[in-house]
Design a protein around this ligand. Structure first.
Ligand code: FAD
Length: 136
């Protein structure tokens, strides 16, 4: 499998830390620069590089940025996430848990119909909220 490397534009920037990755505080997502946050695949945060973490980190970063401007409590990312695996027979399983734990305390549940429904709802929400696409 090819090794993950940071995008050159990130590695060349003042934001880059060791290995060329951005290394924000893993709970607040704040970088060492005032009011500059980093989330997702360009970071060397502990959770794996996955969309579910990029989304959750970005929400925390946005709330903290807004709190800096408008006041408010801000937010902290707790490292919890999941990944669905689909199985034949309209069943799915989720690999989930707290990824900040060392080692990560993730568990893979047995595939079932409830998780398949949860996976479908997850997909429908994102297609609707991000792309304005309805699913019939
Ligand atoms: C084949 C594959 C399957 C995956 N499956 C899953 C999955 O099932 N579940 C899951 O959770 N995650 C999955 N992932 C991981 C997930 O896609 C990433 O973790 C997620 O997209 C990271 O989001 P991001 O916004 O940090 O980065 P990206 O989605 O990579 O977004 C970065 C954006 O920056 C833009 N960009 C790059 N350079 C520049 C530049 N110089 N100037 C301006 N813009 C620039 C890019 O065009 C891109 O739009 C998968 C990834 C791959 C490749």
């Amino acid at each position: 499998m090819p090794q993950a490397v940071p995008p050159q534009v990130v590695a060349d920037s003042p934001l880059a830390g060791e290995g060329g990755w951005v290394r924000p505080d893993c709970e607040t997502l704040l970088t060492r620069f005032e009011r500059v946050y980093a989330a997702g695949d360009c970071t060397a945060s502990p959770p794996p590089k996955a969309g579910i973490f990029a989304e959750a980190e970005a929400r925390v970063a946005a709330r903290n940025f807004a709190a800096e401007i408008d006041g408010g409590p801000g937010d902290r990312f707790n490292g919890t996430g999941y990944c669905f695996l689909e199985f034949p027979g309209q069943r799915a399983s989720a690999l989930e848990g707290p990824f900040f734990a060392q080692p990560p305390e993730v568990r893979l549940a047995e595939p079932d119909t409830e998780t398949f429904v949860r996976k479908q709802a997850f997909e429908t929400e994102r297609l609707r909220d991000w792309l304005d696409v309805g699913v019939s």
